[in-house]
Write a protein that binds this ligand. Sequence first.
Ligand code: UDX
Ligand code: ADP
Length: 463
Amino acid sequence: MKIKNICCIGAGYVGGPTMAVIAQKNPDIKVTVVDINAARIAAWNDKDLDKLPIYEPGLDKVVAEARNRNLFFSTDVDAAIEAADMIFISVNTPTKTYGQGKGMAADLKYIELCARQIAKVAKTDKIVVEKSTLPVRTAQAIKSILHNTGNGVKFQILSNPEFLAEGTAVQDLVAPDRVLIGGEQTKEGLEAIQALVDIYATWVPLENILTTNLWSSELSKLTANAFLAQRVSSINALSELCEVTGADVNEVAIAIGKDSRIGPKFLKASVGFGGSCFQKDILNLVYIAKSYGLNEVADYWEQVIIMNDYQKRRFGSKIIQTLYNTISGKKIAFLGWAFKKDTNDTRESAAIYVADQLMEEQANIAVYDPKVTAQQMQSDLNYLNTRPEDDNESQLTAEHDPYEACKDAHAVAVLTEWDEFKTYNWQKIYDEMKKPAFVFDGRGILDKSSLETIGFQVYAIGK
Ligand code: UDX
Ligand code: ADP
């Protein structure tokens, strides 16, 4: 079976870049990305590539090459579903904020809506691919909806979880460590798997394309993120121990990372991990374990989140204590708001939680982030819903210039590891700050001793 026409529902951080690369590498396949968000689709179609709705290094070039050749962005969801022989579901699956499983289970309402829409519209057989991260056994639910509400056409469900990390999405897609495809182990299931293998095989070596049953594929995605998050929480747990013992967490990370069994990646101590996946996926794992009565398993993984919450709070408390236990009315500058560098995504960013904690103490926060808008920062705070929107607006301002953000501040806090922060004129920043001038480096990216030479009092995570 040769796929000629692909539709992807959801033009977000996953759907957009993934489809752009699939289209670039398969010029003979028509790829249409659809979304109900008309503004987002308009931005994907904007002639000015700086206006793409998501920022990813290198993405503009891929889009420029494939767009309007065989890559299209549209709001006409029904037409794209009808025309496609393979449909990727790449919609958001946030943590539930209501009802059973509140704060832990994934909210599958967007997935279910997609499945119902596909069932309603489809007039020919289709392969439906789960791209969004989903709880284990979601494929079962999708299958049941498709088969019981459809027009009698045949569906095959595949799980093809995305392992791209934001900020390096294009690179991760072009040269993935592996591609994982799960499907039913029946004749039709295996044929569907092969159809998707063929698409990836145009640029990914076959030995890096793994095929499994559906449930292994779904569980592998959650587990990969849980293991990565666990490494960050492990090194963050050690960062506090380093601070009290005089060890240096960067030196410890290098020393243990040289052990080939441990490896050097994901050992950077930080103010805490963020992003749309880690917390959500672990909560998912915890919820599944609990629902099967596996309480010890659930507790084990939940500790990764508890450690992460503690690390964010510990950083905020350090700022408050150091500034003589009173920050009411003081200006504190934030460098960075995104959950990591090279992305404009702010979901679950540590900066949101630290800002909230400091604003609770009546501090005034001035934020500079190279890619995040003021509007996004306000909506992140309002989503937390801890204080009135007016207060958020008056206590937190976004600046377009980092020096302006730091001017007259009592302290500068680094929340995201953007490379440009390292190249700033720190003497100028020092000169324009209130004294004593403090720097709180939540990412361990600045050179502590040269800042101290200028006159700053510096706190860096794990040192
Ligand atoms: C993650 C997975 O890496 C990816 O495979 C999956 O598909 C989606 O989730 P992402 O959330 O984009 O990707 O970012 P990632 O690079 O994993 O970072 C997550 C968070 O951990 C960030 O806040 C990052 O700053 C933090 N982190 C990462 C650390 O604090 N220290 C590290 O050593 C690594
Ligand atoms: P991710 O990081 O998983 O890609 P995003 O929130 O960036 O998540 O993207 C998900 C996209 O899916 C959003 O742009 C949203 O508008 C879109 N979406 C959600 N439900 C539907 C639906 N039923 N039909 C079309 N698009 C949808």
